[in-house]
Design a protein around this ligand. Sequence first.
Ligand code: BDP
Length: 684
Amino acid sequence: EDGYDLWLRYKPVEAAAKGPYAARAAAIAPARAAETPTLKVARAELERGLTGLVGKPIRAAAGSRDGVIQLSVAPQAGLSDEGYRIRTEAVNGKTTTVIAASKDIGVLYGVFRYLELIQTRQPVDKLDIASSPKVKLRMLNHWDNLNRTVERGYSGQSIFDWWRLPGHVDPRMVDYARANASIGINGTVLNNVNAKADSLTPPFIAKAAALADTFRPYGIKVYLSARFSAPIEIGGLKTADPLDPAVAAFWKAKADEIYKTIPDFGGFLVKANSEGQPGPQDYGRTHVDGANMLADAVGPHGGVVIWRAFVYSHEQPDDRAKQGYSEFKPFDGQFRDNVVIQVKNGAIDFQPREPFHPLFGAMPKSNLGMEFQITKEYLGFSTHLVYLGPLYEETLRSDTQAHGKGSTVAKVVDGSLDGRKLTVMAGVANIGTDRNWSGSQFDQANWYVFGRLAWDPEADTRAIAADWAKMTFTNDPRFVKPVVDMMMGSREAAVDYMTPLGLHHQMGRSHHYGPGPWVAGGERADWTSVYYAKAGPDGLGFDRTPSGSNATAQYAPAVGACYADLKCVDEKDLLWFHHLSWDYRLKSGDTLWNGLVKRYGQGVKYVDGMETTWAAMAPYVDAPRHAEVTDYLKIQRDEAQWWRDASVAWFGSFSKRPLPPGEKAPPKTLQEYEAMTFPWAPGI
Ligand code: BDP
């Protein structure tokens, strides 16, 4: 095995457990009428899955008999358009399993769920399951360039083969669609947010259309990142001013042209006036002017505009963490109904840990979407085993207190807090041409958990990890329990060995790989590590309380007050919000310096533990996948140590305090650590 089959391996159920599954999978009822393409793929998936799991070919069989599975499209009360119901029913005295939905796509989702029940060895003899997604647009954002490099991608090249499209559609595109549909993803943005206008030219629209045709049966719509200055670059105009009628006309015509070839085109994703990308502010206009102009172009076709809130202006800010909120909050209520503001989970940039972004809960009159990063730009790329479920869950369960207690980020994202219908959860994809798709076996789990949380932002990420581990490897409890435990703690371990106690953005310059707490100078202060850690002889941390940047004031009063109060703030966010003396006493009784050093060490120790756990898993895992994970854990172990040693050397040069008892001095000098870097790191 090489990981290509992801969690859809459909390996035979053990002989001892097979009986009840075989009994419920005697046959699939034949189609009643001509089936839609979606029903055809649902039926094919069911056949494929059951044939693999039960171990004998399962085909359509006429006539009623026990153990038939029926696929049915009929109005279902209490389910959304994409929801499904799976029930064990008596039909003409025979026991049947009915997978029913109002629309064909629900049947496909139901089929995947049914197969998952068998894959995870759940009983299937008395089923009564109903499920509807809580978020409307569940999307991957590919940061894939047209030349097939992938920004922040660590899994090979882009899977979208723009050169050969549309003449040749790689069969892998079907497996991509199957995998995404199996976790409920229903949209994909094909190109990088740092977009080229070429993606909107006729040849590229034709290429995108070929992908859209391939993905359509799986319920997946394609979207494109739109470069705001496209009217100039490919439209022959002198300006991209959103209030210029010729510019609006360009976008209307462009939208019409796209919808002619891709009738169900999802819409545009836009990164504007951010990190040098063009945008409405170049013309003295606002995010509202830009987003609404595009929204009016795609609106008549049912399209949406997803406008990113990841902005920070080029003037040196006192605190980059405040900028998204400052720029967007004043516009609440002014965006069109088909505009979604897509907000990163935290206010800086996909760090191992960030408090939730203050925009969540702060724009009740706008559609606000979540953007998570699945690719691990700041979390060790694809060689560090870091299960992101707990990171996503921590953000989603954070309480914005926008309408009092219980106003969680999840309720903002699923729209229930303010009654919003157009809801989005997006994940920056970690998918590439590597055989295992995600660069490592365990990074597949991050794709998987993202999809499951987009379906239900309140789902439990431990349970999801268990489902994934069972389907991807084995149901043997001697494997599942230790591996899920290992996964669940892996993110906290990465926080500990990289940026403990609320530190952030301490990675190597630009590529963000390995420790770089000394990174200083250059183009922008807020691209350096020293800007964020503010280490000095007096102490460490970024003061975001009212005595500092006052970023805490961007949260609901109770939340901000807690973050600003040393007695209330959780120590995991301590140095995010506070600048503290090296001798500040942590809850453990340790000084800040001692506690910090210990944390780094704990992170390293956890990776030691993962190596030991994984070594013991050899009997349950095929040799190739076991060996790959073993190698990567060794890399991670060495690099966790590197992180610890370099960080201790750097921060020790300010604290000038001795190491706590039992902690080893870094084996190299600070200068040696500073000289270690990865000039050719991938994905920049
Ligand atoms: C940062 C990445 C950069 C992206 C940017 C974005 O370093 O490559 O272009 O975010 O989200 O995380 O636009």
